[in-house]
Design a binder for this molecule. Structure first.
Ligand code: PMP
Length: 299
């Protein structure tokens, strides 16, 4: 996929420059040691026709927290970066887009802390994801990183080698995506998404601790509250998950996407009849600021 062309503009350290002319230092600690923090954000053309960056504040606040977690200097405000994001979208004539800010390190081959950081904000077109196809998922042979080895709640680039390995393994084995367990053998998350399962009219999701606490996960919890769908955060095993009525992944890129099966065990409830499907619809409405009415009576 072409992420940019010779007209694409990126925000680079306070300036708007052409992507093809933008430079970074090849001696950066980020390139050599996987040491940077980033965000994955989406913007949508809202029902009123305007461009809306979904949960922009939450994403840039998390970027700042990720930088703090891994000792990277951070000298931007959320407001300033939100403004830069809207300006990047405008200059590239984008409405439905994926936005990727990365905070990266200067040239430094040692392991000492840096005195400065740099930032780039890139954006590219992303069509609204329909999410109708259900995923065939495989339990990964890779575990999520041990939280005593990494600041697992931070969105740091180095963590994503684990995600790449897991996702590539699943695809090599003919599946759509991987599911990773935590170091205690409980279900953790996907390579780039959080998990929920549905059983007997209630939703369950792993508690924070061994996962990246996603902004979409938080949105799903809000939607459950608004729609009065019961939801619980708890630890659970693969065996428990395989007895679910339905399962879905959620994340900024994937939005809410249902599963067909886990390790060839098919989830029995037709997707259209699940509460999970209701959440998927409500999410699709929320991101474009469209009012949502459930087809079932609220209790
Ligand atoms: N877990 C991991 C490992 C991720 O990379 C992502 C994507 N950022 C998520 C969960 C979902 O997070 P969010 O909803 O904030 O995109």
């Amino acid at each position: 996929m072409a992420y940019y062309n010779d007209k694409t503009i990126v925000y680079l350290n306070g300036e708007f420059v052409k992507a093809v002319e933008a430079k970074m230092d090849l001696y950066s600690q980020s390139l050599h040691y996987g040491y940077s923090v980033f965000e994955g954000i989406r913007s949508y053309k809202a029902v009123n026709g305007e461009t809306r960056v979904f949960k922009a504040k939450e994403h840039y606040d998390r970027l700042e927290q990720s930088a703090a977690a891994v000792n990277m200097p951070y000298h931007w405000t959320t407001e300033q970066l939100i403004d830069a994001t809207y300006e990047t979208l405008k200059r590239n004539n984008l409405q439905d887009a994926y936005i990727r800010p990365v905070v990266y390190a200067p040239a430094n081959m040692s392991f000492v802390k840096n005195k400065e950081s740099f930032i780039v904000i890139e954006a590219w077109e992303m069509q609204p994801f329909l999410g109708e196809k259900l995923l065939r998922v495989m339990t990964s042979s890779f575990e999520r990183p041990n939280p005593k080895a990494f600041k697992i709640h931070a969105k740091a680039t180095g963590h994503y080698v684990n995600s790449l390995l897991a996702s590539q393994e699943a695809k090599t084995n003919g599946f759509d995506e991987a599911l990773l367990l935590d170091m205690n053998g409980f279900v953790a998350e996907g390579p780039g998404a959080n998990i929920f399962y549905e059983k007997d009219g209630k939703l369950y999701t792993p508690s924070p601790g061994n996962i990246l606490p996603g902004i979409t996960r938080a949105t799903v919890l809000e939607l459950c509250d608004e729609l009065r769908i019961a939801v619980e955060e708890k630890s659970f095993t693969i065996e428990e998950l395989k007895k679910a009525d339905a399962v879905f992944y959620c994340g900024t890129a994937a939005e809410v996407i249902g599963w067909e099966s886990l390790d060839e065990t098919v989830f029995p409830k037709p997707w259209d009849q699940t509460l999970s499907r209701t959440i998927q619809d409500a999410y699709k409405h929320k991101v474009v600021e469209k009012a949502y009415k459930t087809t079932f009576e609220l209790a």
